[in-house]
Design a binder for this molecule. Structure first.
Ligand code: AMP
Length: 305
């Protein structure tokens, strides 16, 4: 089974206390698609300008990522710039240039509407809703979001939440969306908005999964060196969605999602070890399997049947 990924494809400039790099491949869909591609084929929906480097297109192509849904239009690619503080958890957006994203309407090419797993990575909820309008009957729909949309497009986001099976967001966003301080109450409230399952990410403190009256806490891998946290959340969502899609025909229930959260966490932990998508470029299935074993021992949980 494959995953449809829609989101932003960007050229990022990222500054950390240690280094600064300009014009890196970024965007929620780039990270999510590459993350998912370790487990399943991906149908990518997005837009780039005619300045988008060919080598990035080649990277997607090398990874079984179908590009029929990638629009290349005259103009400049979406650009984002951010700066991290010393804790590498706090980030300030320095600039956003929408460019070709401003007039982007995601269109699903023939066949994409039948994709069984949809990952609506971080973009405006109006665009996420528009993608769902074109979907046949996906087996599982996952949405990601960010503080910006909670601030400026809440009604559209609430309309989206009625249509998705799972929402992934970080702890600050969960509190902002629900006005609850307790993450347990926040998750219950979000499930009341529509999604059967909720994942709340807590950065270096791991992620929480809620649903079916159950709860799972997945710790983050204790990394010695983090070079660039950008895209950790998107890679997490991509790994989770890709792993689910790869479980051909198996029921998507809490137990499956628990394991998917572990794989999402593994992919995210690798991604932050280098700038942009550089670590995902060299990552192997052996690396993933090794870290899965580390996770199992570290957490002492029975994630293996
Ligand atoms: P994350 O670190 O998971 O928040 O994701 C960072 C990525 O999101 C960067 O590569 C940016 O290009 C992209 N991004 C930043 N702002 C937006 C936005 N408003 N809409 C879509 N993507 C964005």
């Amino acid at each position: 089974m494959s995953v449809l990924v829609v989101g932003s494809i960007a050229l990022d400039t990222v500054k950390t206390p240690m280094a600064e790099h300009a014009d890196l491949l970024g965007g929620s869909a780039s990270y999510a698609a590459l993350g998912a591609s370790f487990f399943s084929p991906v149908n990518l929906v997005g837009v780039v300008g005619d300045d988008f480097p060919k080598e990035h297109v080649e990277l997607f192509r090398d990874r079984r990522i179908d590009l029929d849904g990638l629009q290349t239009v005259p103009g400049k690619t979406f650009r984002w710039s951010g700066e991290y503080m010393w804790d590498l958890n706090t980030r300030e957006t320095r600039s956003v240039e929408l460019n070709v994203f401003e007039h982007f309407t995601p269109t699903l090419p023939g066949g994409y509407s039948e994709t069984p797993v949809f990952l609506l990575a971080n973009i405006g909820p109006n665009l996420q809703n528009h993608v769902l309008d074109q979907a046949a009957k996906p087996k599982f729909i996952i949405a990601d979001t960010m503080d910006l949309w909670i601030n400026i497009a809440l009604d559209e986001l609430l309309r989206l939440l009625k249509r998705v099976d799972m929402l992934i967001l970080n702890d600050g966003e969960a509190r902002q969306l629900t006005k609850e301080t307790s993450l347990i109450k926040a998750a219950a409230k979000i499930r009341g908005f529509g999604p059967k399952y909720v994942v709340i990410k807590k950065g270096e403190h791991g992620a929480l999964l809620f649903g079916d009256g159950k709860f799972f806490s997945c710790g983050a891998y204790p990394l010695e060196d983090i070079h660039d946290p950008t895209g950790a959340g998107d890679t997490f969502a991509g790994g989770l969605a890709g792993w689910l899609a790869a479980q051909n025909g198996q029921a998507i229930n809490f137990d499956a999602l628990r394991k998917a959260v572990v794989y999402g966490s593994i992919l995210a932990s690798f991604n932050v070890e280098a700038f942009s998508l550089e670590r995902l470029r060299t990552l192997t299935q052996n690396d993933i399997a090794g870290r899965y074993e580390d996770f199992r021992l570290m957490q002492q949980f029975e994630i293996i049947e």
